[in-house]
Design a protein around this ligand. Structure first.
Ligand code: ADP
Ligand code: MG
Length: 238
């Protein structure tokens, strides 16, 4: 589960092709980071995988199913939005349970999933609070909790920590990495922050103007950057 492949995927907005033909394989359980400067197409690529944007051409497979034309809800993936996407008038419990209520799950089954997610995210003491009564880091965890209860085959994160201050960001990075170890679920994480990429990723995908410049582990990219762009961006000595 959580195996995703892109085959000759392109995306144009009007006449502008922002993703030229692109191939990418993401393996089950991997923590993959898309990194690159602002405007290079990271969010677009993530949204194509999530189904929030239609591909202009090419094929997206998820676990051997052709998902190219599937709506987001049928892809089995969960996009984690920034914490401000929480419902301010609902308790943490209700925010986390939202996708389950929408799916019509009975209360006992909902409670079991909420409790498991809250335990994994250290939120058990906060379930009856509202988002406004939480810290930025706690709100971000609630947003992740809402994804966890859906038991997706992959989590998609788009710069989830960019609203947090520097100290909190360090803590949340560790928490997301720990969560990945616990769940062993595929995670795709978009950031423009090289440090985040180097410290969190199993596999880094370096993008420039919609083109994959290199795919590799943090060490591979550091020691064997394929070109000056990758070297400069990753900060390796080459
Ligand atoms: P990143 O997330 O790496 O900052 P994006 O994926 O948001 O980059 O954007 C890639 C390019 O596509 C940019 O040039 C952006 O202006 C353009 N773009 C993104 N979304 C749209 C859209 N809905 N309509 C037109 N252009 C878009
Ligand atoms: Mg973006």
């Amino acid at each position: 589960m959580g195996q995703i492949s892109l085959n000759q995927v392109t995306k144009s907005f009007g006449d502008v092709q922002v993703i030229p033909p692109l191939d990418l394989d993401i393996n089950e359980g991997e923590f993959v980071v898309f990194v690159g400067p602002s405007g290079c197409g990271k969010s677009t690529l993530l949204r194509l995988i999530a189904g929030l944007e239609d591909t202009t051409s090419g094929v997206i497979k998820i676990d051997d199913t052709d998902a190219t034309a599937l709506p987001p809800a049928k892809r089995g993936l969960a996009m984690v939005f920034q914490s401000y996407a929480l419902y301010p008038h609902m308790s943490v419990r209700k925010n986390i349970a939202f996708p389950l209520r929408m799916a019509g799950m009975d209360q006992a089954a909902q409670d079991a999933k909420i409790n498991a997610a809250a335990t994994a995210l250290n939120l058990t003491d906060y379930l009856d609070r509202r988002p406004g009564q939480l810290s930025g880091g706690q709100r971000q965890r609630v947003a992740i909790g809402r994804a966890i209860v859906r038991e997706p085959s992959a989590f998609l994160f788009d710069e989830p920590l960019s609203n947090l201050d520097a100290a909190l960001r360090v803590g949340m990075r560790l928490e997301i990495s720990e969560l990945h170890k616990k769940l062993e679920t595929t995670m795709i994480y978009v950031t423009h922050d090289q440090v985040e990429a180097m410290t969190m990723a199993d596999k880094i995908v370096v993008l420039q103007a919609g083109v994959i410049e290199q795919v590799g582990s943090p060490l591979e990219l550091y020691h064997k950057p394929r070109n000056k762009f990758v070297a400069g961006f990753i900060g390796s000595p080459k």
